[in-house]
Design a protein. Structure first.
Length: 501
């Protein structure tokens, strides 16, 4: 891919991309690189640096040394820098979108939208700077306290925040961590997922050009298996915001020790469809929710639980719409493209094969070419099948027919995951009652599961995560209250004229 943007030349030599420390683009002393290939055509997109532990140390030291200076930069100036970064993202969205498409096989239009959505997050985070205002209180509300005791509470950064992003939204989901981290005055070390590193690394140029001082934002690339544990257990990391698999998230929580964690992990979002649901709307939500970006979204519709009177027609219509999805080259904006790599295809196929062995009805799909899996609809999935519980992260939608609402709630809740749930019905009272029973972070009524809009709280329970993200929630979670208490002297009391005749 030809790079027509002069500003990006500094970060690469031919196809070799560098990493970013203290405002400089560097080649790793390891002498090793990792090749990133386009999952659709297997062409080389570029090579990223396999950083060493010493380079991890350098990134963290620089970040640590920069915190004070960045914290002392007025909040409004930090907000202005985020806005400048958003402008650059919009300006360069076509190039970055194409790069992202090449790197992770996302349809071009969606890839460009991802860059623009990140710009929106940066702008909205800048606008949310008032979340950082403090409060004052007098002590006389509680017994034992008095008006002479006054607390001044304001918010301070946590220090060095480690932002680890996933392959599926490498620009957006790392960006949505970086913007609040920087606004609140933290310095950042970003470790993108290997697949996705190239596009995400462009955040280095963008933030540098926007005015983030050297050392405040740093990028480390390399295999998680080599530097991951070293990074997450580093004593100078003060907070970790991670998006990725539940398995890696659990490991991270075990290794990281006593620092704040914000984790966005896997999901097995179930759509409960009641007999009175609006068929057209429900079909649209299921097909879009299950198959957008080939189902490689934590918030994809990963199970459908239809009630008896609607099951046949619902499945028939979902199959009809699924068969209309275009398949092929992401550059041509086909609805279904390649999964991220062949291992992931093998895994999804394994789940389909297990279900077939146990008697599932394959309504469509179950075909593979290269890294492309045809969108697959499975009917009569039973709870002994792996696909009922394991997160497929691929283009497969399993229908588990249920007889009662209680059964649907039980199957939803029996999952180890607890990201989102969906209820499709025209009976809003009933929907609200069911919503209260679901053990998830968010329940969507008559809509597909989704993280956005990005100012909503985004929460995973159980194995789906820890803490709340979303613009103002991330700002709060990436800063902490600092309290200064003034203990006024008795003399102050004497000055008050409050004698009542
Ligand atoms: O899997 C990542 C997820 O956050 C994607 O965002 O808004 O499409 O659900 P959204």
């Amino acid at each position: 891919m030809i790079n027509k943007i002069q500003e990006f030349n500094v970060m690469r030599e031919n196809l070799n991309y560098k990493f970013f420390i203290n405002g400089e683009w560097r080649v790793s002393t390891s002498g090793k690189t990792i090749t990133i290939k386009n999952p659709f055509n297997n062409e080389i997109v570029g090579n990223i640096q396999a950083c060493t532990k010493e380079e991890v140390d350098q990134a963290i030291i620089n970040a640590k040394q920069s915190v004070n200076c960045w914290e002392n930069t007025p909040i409004r100036e930090r907000a202005e820098i985020l806005k400048k970064a958003a402008n650059l993202m919009n300006k360069w969205s076509d190039y970055l979108g194409e790069l992202l498409m090449n790197e992770n096989g996302k349809p071009l239009k969606s890839a460009i939208s991802e860059i623009k959505r990140t710009a929106l997050i940066f702008n909205a985070t800048a606008e949310a700077k008032s979340e950082l205002v403090g409060t004052t209180m007098t002590g006389d509300i509680l017994e034992g306290g008095s008006r002479e005791k006054i607390s001044i509470t304001y918010r301070v950064p946590l220090g060095v925040v480690l932002c680890i992003g996933p392959f599926n939204y490498p620009f957006n989901l790392t960006g949505s961590k970086i913007a609040p981290a920087l606004l609140t005055g933290n310095s950042v070390v970003m470790k993108p997922s290997t697949e996705g590193s190239i596009t995400a690394s462009h955040l280095g140029i963008i933030l540098d050009k926007a005015g983030v001082p050297p050392g405040v934002f740093n990028i480390i690339t390399g295999r998680g298996s080599e530097i991951g544990d070293y990074l997450i257990s580093h004593p100078d990391i003060n907070m970790i915001n991670f998006t990725g698999s539940s398995k890696t998230g659990k490991h991270l929580a075990e290794v990281a020790g006593m620092i704040p964690l914000l984790l966005e992990l896997g999901g097995k979002d179930a759509a409960i469809v009641l007999n009175d649901a609006d068929l057209k709307k429900t079909v649209k939500s299921i097909v879009s929710g299950a198959f957008s970006y080939n189902g490689q979204r934590c918030t994809a519709v990963k199970r459908v639980l239809p009630m008896p009177d609607i099951a046949d027609i619902l499945i028939e219509k979902v199959v009809e719409e699924t068969k209309k999805l275009s398949i092929g080259d992401p550059a041509e904006n086909k609805s279904i493209g390649p999964l991220i790599n062949s291992n992931q295809c093998d895994y999804v196929q394994e789940l389909i094969d297990d279900a077939i062995d146990k008697g599932v009805e394959v309504k469509c799909g179950n075909k593979r070419e290269g890294n492309i899996l045809w969108p697959t609809v499975l009917d009569k999935v039973t709870v002994d099948m792996r696909i009922a519980w394991e997160e497929q992260f691929g283009p497969v939608v399993p229908f588990i027919r249920v007889k009662t609402i209680e059964e649907a709630i039980k199957i939803s809740n029996d999952s180890e995951y607890g990201l989102q749930g969906m209820i499709f019905t025209n009976n809003i009272d009933l929907a609200l009652n069911i919503a209260q029973e679901l053990e998830v972070g968010t329940v969507q009524i008559n809509g597909q599961s989704s993280r956005g809009p990005d100012h909503f709280p985004f929460i995973g329970t159980k194995a789906s995560g820890m803490g709340a993200q979303g613009i103002k929630y991330s700002i709060k979670n990436m800063s902490r209250p600092k309290v200064i208490v003034m203990n006024l002297s008795e003399k102050g009391k004497l000055l008050r004229k409050c004698d009542i005749d």
